[in-house]
Design a protein around this ligand. Structure first.
Ligand SMILES: Cc1cc2nc3c(=O)[nH]c(=O)nc-3n(C[C@H](O)[C@H](O)[C@H](O)COP(=O)(O)OP(=O)(O)OC[C@H]3O[C@@H](n4cnc5c(N)ncnc54)[C@H](O)[C@@H]3O)c2cc1C
Length: 420
């Protein structure tokens, strides 16, 4: 990988970025001489990319996980807030614009969202008579709000950025000890960026809440209710809480017929009496495709491309189960409820980049990443409340004045569009 001279510091008010950013400390300020990263997702690879192109850690980074081999199925997030490319670009040392070109090439317009709509469905299944879609947020000229991509496409681009510099392992390291064994130095830092537990680190508390989700690539019909270049947030109140969905312009070179993707998800209590995982996921699949149909979107090769998941929620507070030489990076950037606000990739990119910068500056990576994520964490928490305990008043307000209710979000374009 080429070593650009400096790393631009992305501007913007979404993250609380530390004052020491960009300052180059003396060698003695650094507490670690090597880094082992356990995981090969977005947070892991962005952190590895930044460290690998620094003089301090070049040749001293290991990934204690196999190189990712993504397939066509929509596993993990697909709404890429454009802001994410600022942080990924800073880590890779390339302009965000170059990264967008790499990811989308001549198809960038197909993957770009320029305005966001809102639509509300009636409470129960059957023919979906949507209220909306109504636009509520618009991009500034030249700055799309988001891109739609297959998560694995971005992961693959990031893996190629580190391929020559950072060795991958054959299997995921099962323990902290196994990570330390792979360290190419005497004073290693281990960053755990995987959701698989480590056998020799105390397990986090068992989650009570999960998010169930079903997502699929789509193709827009002529005359569709949802305009090209617009995305749509959809909600349906069911059994006291909200099912929520998003539909975004999308491009994937492995499924070129698709020009949108759509996901529906719901927060669930897995221990609740009568809870049935398969039934909850089937309900998400059904509403996802019914809502897509009402918007004028058809599934593309659903059996081979549809992704479904039930992933645990993480406590709202800062993660504190770290040690001096070990950080639970994954749980730090997962920040509460996965999936629901379409910002997991942004959080992973921000935290991965900032964690690397902290190690380079001899600063504490735990407090730097925790502080930087505060705004994201509170947005996530507020939305989770809106989907669950506050869903009745929120539903009533959204029925009456959706644009007014959503105005505080629309007033934060820096949390969507690129600002660097
Ligand atoms: C179905 C789905 C839809 C999503 N939609 C979006 C989106 O539209 N936009 C966006 O920015 N982010 C979204 N996310 C989150 C996003 O994929 C991740 O936050 C992001 O990829 C950063 O994680 P990673 O790649 O570094 O780590 P990875 O290890 O690759 O983790 C990726 C995702 O896997 C989930 N996961 C799967 N199984 C488990 C498990 N057993 N325990 C804990 N976590 C698990 C995590 O919650 C995380 O979201 C979504 C995640 C899922 C699963």
């Amino acid at each position: 990988m080429a070593k650009p001279a400096s790393s631009a510091v992305p501007a913007g008010r979404d993250a609380r970025l530390p004052r020491w950013l960009g300052r180059r400390p003396g060698r003695e300020a650094r507490r670690f001489d090597s880094v082992v990263i356990r995981g090969a997702g977005i947070g892991a690879l962005i952190c590895a990319a930044r460290l690998a192109r620094s003089d301090a850690f070049a040749g001293r980074v290991r990934i204690a996980a196999p190189r990712p081999r993504p397939g066509r199925r929509l596993v993990n997030g697909c709404t890429l807030r454009a802001r994410t490319l600022d942080y990924a670009g800073a880590a890779l040392g390339v302009p965000a614009e170059t990264l967008a070109d790499d990811l989308f090439g001549a198809e960038r317009h197909k993957a770009s969202t320029w305005a966001q709509d809102f639509a509300l469905a009636p409470p129960h299944p059957g023919a979906l008579d949507l209220r909306g879609p109504t636009p509520w947020m618009e991009a500034e000229p030249g700055r799309p709000l988001a891109y739609g991509l297959r998560n694995g496409h971005l992961v693959d681009r990031l893996a190629r950025a580190v391929d020559l510099e950072v060795p991958f392992a054959d299997t995921l390291a099962p323990s902290l000890e196994a990570c330390l064994d792979q360290a190419p130095g005497d004073r290693p830092m281990v960053l755990d960026a995987s959701h698989e537990p480590l056998s020799d680190v105390p397990a986090p508390a068992k989650p009570e809440r999960f998010v169930v989700a079903s997502q699929v690539p789509l193709r827009r019909r002529d005359g569709a209710a949802l305009a090209a270049g617009h995305s749509c947030i959809g909600m349906r109140h069911r059994d006291g809480w909200f099912d929520t969905g998003v539909f975004y312009p999308f491009h994937d070179p492995l499924t070129p017929a698709a020009d949108f993707y759509g996901i529906f998800y719901r927060i669930v209590r897995a221990g609740a009496p009568g809870f049935d995982k398969a039934r909850e996921i089937a309900a998400m699949r059904e509403i996802d495709e019914a809502f897509a149909d009402a918007l004028g979107l058809d599934p593309v090769d659903a059996e081979a491309t549809r992704g479904e998941a039930m992933v645990p929620c993480i406590p709202w507070s800062d993660v504190t189960t770290h040690r001096a030489d070990y950080m639970d990076l994954f749980r730090t950037y997962s920040a509460c409820t996965p999936i629901i606000t379409g910002d997991g990739m942004t959080r992973g990119a921000l935290a991965g980049w900032l964690c690397a910068e902290a190690l380079l500056a001899g600063e504490d990576p735990v407090s730097a990443t925790n502080r930087s994520l505060r705004r994201w964490r509170s947005a996530n928490r507020n939305f989770a409340r809106g989907m669950t305990g506050l869903s009745r008043p929120l539903g009533a307000a959204l029925r009456r004045a959706p644009r007014l209710v959503l105005r505080p979000v629309a007033a934060q374009p820096h949390m969507w569009a690129r600002v660097a």
